[in-house]
Design a protein around this ligand. Structure first.
Ligand SMILES: NC(=O)C1=CN([C@@H]2O[C@H](COP(=O)(O)OP(=O)(O)OC[C@H]3O[C@@H](n4cnc5c(N)ncnc54)[C@H](OP(=O)(O)O)[C@@H]3O)[C@@H](O)[C@H]2O)C=CC1
Ligand SMILES: C[C@H]1O[C@H](OP(=O)(O)OP(=O)(O)OC[C@H]2O[C@@H](n3cnc4c(=O)[nH]c(N)nc43)[C@H](O)[C@@H]2O)[C@@H](O)[C@@H](O)C1=O
Length: 312
């Protein structure tokens, strides 16, 4: 059911990769009553501040895109932050949203909630059927708790809380930190800097054999609005593109887009992480949604955005 465009919508984490794309999507659609607070204005780990904010603003819809987020190295290096901050943010936001009378809330998890060796493509039913990937189990446990919290509030209070599980995302406003980012923005930056400095080689982590599915964040934002308008059930929904590449293939694609002419060198001392995590997207497809942006086009657009916003 289409949401009334005058409804008050709170997008938590609106300056991040995902939150900023959701804001662009909502604004394009004509939503004019968005509530947006920076981390500095409202620290979502502070329970009293979050409760006060919700009681004052009383939004009708909430999208939880605020989280402690990072790539394989950050997840592996800061386990306390990844479990602690994420549990705090989601507990505070979900509970305060319910208590303030929010009509519907969408929580975003991640494909890393699934067991490391889940059968591929991974269906929603694979949740909690096996051990997690050790490099991101802390983050995954927090995200699983978020799904379960939405389910529990739905069961006990008949409250409309839903969860979407995005695959690896990329696009404008990504985090391009050299160590703490995800692979795609990390490689864009490393290849670009190598091209500019005339370096002969670029080091890429791991063996290159892991497979990853990538979804452009504008597609994800479209799917978020789609789920808000068309889905009301306790079980979480996979959000992917259905297209996977090896990290080696991805590195070659980034190399071409950037125009770097040197060699690739693999650093096998860095972790590969989970060998494969292609999600089964048939549930979302069955509801009537599918991704539109190809990895080739999305990569070119993201590199252009990086050059225009990070360099010069
Ligand atoms: N990026 C990806 O590949 C994937 C992301 N997701 C999920 O999507 C969601 C958004 O991720 P993404 O946009 O990539 O992450 P980003 O790091 O780009 O953005 C996260 C946002 O949350 C804000 N935030 C973090 N901590 C707090 C806090 N204590 N109080 C208030 N705001 C806070 C950040 O603000 P500030 O920067 O000022 O701290 C930032 O604006 C997350 O739930 C993530 O798990 C799921 C799958 C893949
Ligand atoms: C979205 C998802 O993101 C994280 O999981 P991940 O998929 O393993 O994420 P990643 O993007 O960091 O790495 C993907 C692959 O790429 C390889 N790789 C090569 N070179 C670089 C590199 O330079 N940087 C990074 N980060 N990885 C590199 C890297 O070794 C790995 O094999 C979760 O922790 C969790 O946060 C989560 O949910």
């Amino acid at each position: 059911m289409a949401i009334d465009k005058t409804s008050k919508v709170y997008v938590a984490g609106h300056r991040g990769l995902v939150g900023s794309a959701i804001v662009r999507r909502l604004q394009k659609e004509g939503f004019e009553n968005l509530v947006l607070k920076t981390h500095k204005e409202l620290d979502l780990t502070r329970q009293a501040a979050v409760e006060e904010f919700f009681q004052q603003e009383k939004p009708a819809y909430v999208i939880v895109a605020a989280a402690k987020v990072g790539g394989i190295h950050a997840n592996n290096t800061y386990p306390a932050d990844f479990i602690g901050i994420n549990l705090q943010i989601q507990c505070n936001v979900i509970d305060a949203a319910y208590k303030s009378g929010v009509q519907k809330l969408l929580f975003l998890g991640s494909s890393c909630i699934y067991p490391k060796f889940a059968p591929q493509p991974i269906t929603e039913e694979a949740l909690l059927t096996g051990p997690l990937e050790p490099t991101n189990e802390w983050y995954a446990i927090a995200k699983i708790a978020g799904i379960k919290m939405c389910q529990a509030y739905r069961l006990q209070y008949k409250w409309d809380a839903i969860s979407g599980m995005p695959t690896n995302l990329y696009g404008p406003h990504d985090n391009f930190h050299p160590e703490n980012s995800h692979v795609l923005p990390a490689l864009i930056r490393r290849f670009h800097e190598a091209k500019v400095t005339g370096a002969k080689e670029v080091v890429v982590w791991g063996t290159g054999s892991p497979l990853r599915e990538f979804l452009h964040v504008d597609d994800l934002a479209d799917a978020v609005l789609f789920l808000l308008e068309n889905y009301s059930d306790g079980s979480h929904v996979n959000m992917g593109s259905g297209v996977e590449v090896t990290i080696k293939e991805l590195a070659e694609m980034v190399k071409d887009v950037v125009g770097f002419e040197g060699e690739l060198k693999w650093d096998a001392s860095k972790p590969d992480g989970t060998p494969r995590k292609l999600m089964d997207n048939s549930k979302l497809a069955g509801l009537g949604w599918k991704a539109k942006i190809s990895l080739k086009d999305g990569l070119a657009g993201t590199y252009k955005w990086y050059v225009e916003n990070y360099t010069s």
